[in-house]
Design a protein around this ligand. Structure first.
Ligand code: MN
Length: 261
C-alpha cells in the first residue's frame, strides 16, 4: 500500500504580519498545513482566532511578545482576560538582545504573569521566545509552571548545549526553522540533544526568508529539508515524525483541571 506523505506543520508563523493576512488562513487550510498563528499583542488575538476558527488546520495563539513590552506591557491585563478562551499561547518569553535589554526587568515581570496565568488555567501549549535569555526563561518556567500542567515549545532556541539539555529535562519541545539550522551550534544541538520525539517545524515568517521573500507557511518545506539534513533523514521521514509529534503534543496536554478533579 502506498504511504501518503504526511502533512506539513508550521508551528510558529505570524500570519497577521503579511499584507494578505486574512487570505493566508484559507491558503494554509487548502494546502493542509497545520499552522500555529502566533500573535505579538493580545489585541490581535480575537481576529486571528475568528479566522482560524473557520479552518481545520490553523489555530491562533494568544501572545504578548517581549519586544513590545517596553511600550505595551500594560496589555498583560488583556492577555490574562483572554487566556481562558484559548489553548494556544505565543509569542511570549524574554529578549535580552541589545535593542530590548532596556526592558528586560519589565519583560520578566510580564512573563511571570504569563506563566502564572498559564499555570492556574487549563493545559496550554506555549510558544516561547528566548533570545539571549535561555537561562532566565528556563529558571522562570521551572519556578512558575508546574510540571505536566502546560507544554512549552521553545521557538528558535539559540541557547547553549547545557541549556538545551536543561530544557529537555524540563519537558520542553522545540520548533526549528531553516535559518536557525544554518547556525552550526544550533544544528548540533538539534542533532545531538533534542529528542526526535519533541521536534516540530516552524517558519517564524515573515522574519525568515524563502529566497528573497518572507517565508510563508508553505515554505516550511525548507525547514523540513534542513531538519532532514541535520538528522540524516529523508524529508518524508521528517514529515512523518513531525506530524506524529504534533499529534502527541496535542494529545499530551492534560485535560482541564476541573475534569481531572
Ligand atoms: Mn516569532
Amino acid at each position: 500500500m502506498a504511504e501518503r506523505t504526511s502533512k506539513l506543520v508550521d508551528f510558529h508563523c505570524h500570519l497577521d504580519l503579511y499584507p494578505e493576512f486574512e487570505k493566508l488562513f484559507g491558503q494554509c487550510d487548502e494546502l493542509g498545513i497545520y499552522t500555529l498563528a502566533v500573535t505579538t499583542t493580545p489585541r490581535a488575538w480575537k481576529r486571528n482566532h475568528e479566522l482560524a476558527s473557520r479552518t481545520k488546520h490553523v489555530r491562533a495563539a494568544l501572545g504578548i511578545h517581549p519586544q513590545i513590552i517596553a511600550k505595551h506591557g500594560a496589555d498583560i491585563a488583556l492577555f490574562e482576560e483572554l487566556l481562558p478562551r484559548t489553548r494556544y499561547v505565543g509569542e511570549v518569553g524574554l529578549d535580552a538582545s541589545r535593542t530590548h535589554y532596556g526592558s528586560f526587568e519589565k519583560q520578566q515581570a510580564v512573563f511571570e504573569r504569563v506563566l502564572k496565568a498559564c499555570a492556574s488555567s487549563d493545559g496550554k501549549i506555549i510558544s516561547v521566545h528566548s533570545v539571549r535569555s535561555a537561562k532566565v526563561v528556563l529558571d522562570m518556567i521551572e519556578k512558575y509552571l508546574p510540571e505536566g500542567v502546560s507544554s512549552v515549545v521553545m521557538h528558535w532556541f539559540s541557547g547553549s548545549a547545557a541549556e538545551a539539555r536543561r530544557a529537555v529535562d524540563l519537558g520542553c519541545w522545540f520548533s526549528v526553522n531553516s535559518q536557525m539550522l544554518e547556525n552550526s551550534r544550533s544544528a548540533e544541538i538539534v542533532a545531538a540533544i533534542v529528542p526526535k520525539d519533541r521536534i516540530l517545524t516552524e517558519t517564524d515568517g515573515p522574519f525568515t526568508k524563502a529566497g528573497s521573500k518572507p517565508a510563508r507557511p508553505s515554505d516550511v518545506s525548507l525547514s523540513v529539508a534542513s531538519l532532514g539534513k541535520c538528522l540524516g533523514m529523508g524529508t518524508d521521514e521528517v514529515r512523518l515524525i513531525v506530524h506524529e509529534n504534533l499529534r502527541r503534543l496535542l494529545a499530551d496536554v492534560p485535560a482541564p483541571v476541573s475534569k481531572r478533579l
